[in-house]
Design a protein around this ligand. Sequence first.
Ligand code: ATP
Length: 256
Amino acid sequence: GTATPLLEVENVRVTFGGIVALDGVSFSVQRGSIAGLIGPNGAGKTTLFNCISRIYQVDTGAIRVDGQPILDTPTHGISSAGLSRTFQNLALFGKLSVLDNVMIGAHARTTGNFVNDALRLFGVRQREAAIRDEAMALLEELRLDGIAGELVAALPFGTQKRVELARALASRPTLLMLDEPAGGLNHDEVEEFKDVVRRIRDERRISILLVEHHMNLVMSVSDQVVVLNFGRKIAEGTPSQVQRDPHVIEAYLGSG
Ligand code: ATP
């Protein structure tokens, strides 16, 4: 019952040499809500994502999760800070099973390091049963339980994306960051994904930050949409507010 937003991005500026990738961007995401982050190519979406997940350094500004500043947190510490993310091009262990990949996500909650966890997974049996049960429950929720034992590399892309989502959830994040989750999905998979993210928000009360080019998806699941263009926030509001904002229309038409 506090009014502190789950994610606060405050006046973030990032430059790469002479390029200003983010120019004083501020917004916040409320607990248990879905925020879409959109903008034309090169707008700064991925840069912002990488700042929050501590892959890029900011020049100036602040980022807080649950009221806690995270810019001093190293990349491997973000799971403990409550963050979890997926990647545009997937980051799964192809030669491990679906279940093992998701169990690794659960281990990351305590140590925050996928690579160490991969090595540790078969060595440490402590807590293993509990983690396995929890991972199986997640697989059921995402309708992956029937293929728990299959090797990830052999699965269709859309299914691998669901495995990655299950793994991201296994670390029990308070903020789930999804980087172009609809990329490469067919129409039915996108429709199914809409239901999945809404359920994650509603049943787990997880906040979700969604970077996505698929406008129909963003507009139908987001509670709030933030629009970037050339590193600046040009609009913010509900999907319907943003869709009729002249600055947004111009940014998209102007980008060809
Ligand atoms: P897209 O939708 O095409 O993925 P985006 O909104 O994610 O675009 P970014 O990838 O964040 O945009 O890029 C923002 C700006 O920062 C661009 O001008 C880009 O060229 C630049 N940029 C991003 N990462 C780097 C980097 N590592 N080195 C140099 N410039 C970069």
